[in-house]
Design a protein around this ligand. Structure first.
Ligand SMILES: Cc1cc2nc3c(=O)[nH]c(=O)nc-3n(C[C@H](O)[C@H](O)[C@H](O)COP(=O)(O)O)c2cc1C
Length: 161
């Protein structure tokens, strides 16, 4: 992942362009801003994926908070929400855990379509029926400001390693 430009906009929000390289080799240049979308109080953001992590369902609120239309998300890999501030090791741990048939839970900073972000506490559960893996289900809860501050620091330290 390479930051290719940093600049200030005329608005109060900082903007940078970042090249993201995903695990499947896909590269995309994303515009990232420091504008946060607050997590809707008392609500849940839900998505379902197939076994490879391609979205098969999003609840309307996840589409709304991420700035996409539901139809734009379905069929796309979950990495559409990948924020460059997230260390790759977090997602390695996520996939190792769920591929082992276990539940993963952790704070994730997600990228919005417009380059802004939202934080959430993500729980990913393997979705199995009669012993067969059908995909994964994720449920996102709100994090406290204190938890967000803690994980901003923790993830910044992980990125340096
Ligand atoms: C059910 C499920 C939910 C996920 N939710 C998110 C999410 O909200 N944000 C995110 O960045 N990655 C999420 N991931 C992880 C992505 O699949 C992916 O590993 C991550 O975005 C990094 O992708 P990359 O290494 O290809 O760039 C989720 C994965 C699964 C299986």
């Amino acid at each position: 992942m390479t930051t290719i430009a940093v600049s200030n906009t005329v608005s109060k929000h900082k903007v940078r362009k970042v090249t993201l390289t995903h695990h499947d080799g896909t590269q995309r240049i994303v515009t990232v801003t420091d504008r946060e979308t607050p997590f809707p109080k008392g609500k849940l953001l839900i998505s379902h994926t197939d076994t490879e992590g391609k979205l098969t369902y999003v609840n309307p609120l996840l589409a709304h908070v991420s700035g996409y239309k539901e139809a734009e998300l379905i069929g796309n890999p979950h990495y559409v929400f990948r924020h460059p501030d997230m260390p790759a090791s977090v997602f390695k741990d996520l996939w190792k855990t769920i591929l082992g048939g276990h539940i993963w839970q952790g704070p994730v900073k997600c990228l919005r379509k417009d380059g802004g972000f939202f934080w959430c506490d993500v729980t990913v559960t393997p979705n199995t029926r009669k012993g067969k893996l059908l995909g994964y289900i994720s449920v996102r809860h709100e994090l406290s400001r204190e938890e967000i501050r803690e994980f901003e620091d923790h993830y910044a330290a992980l990125r340096l390693n």
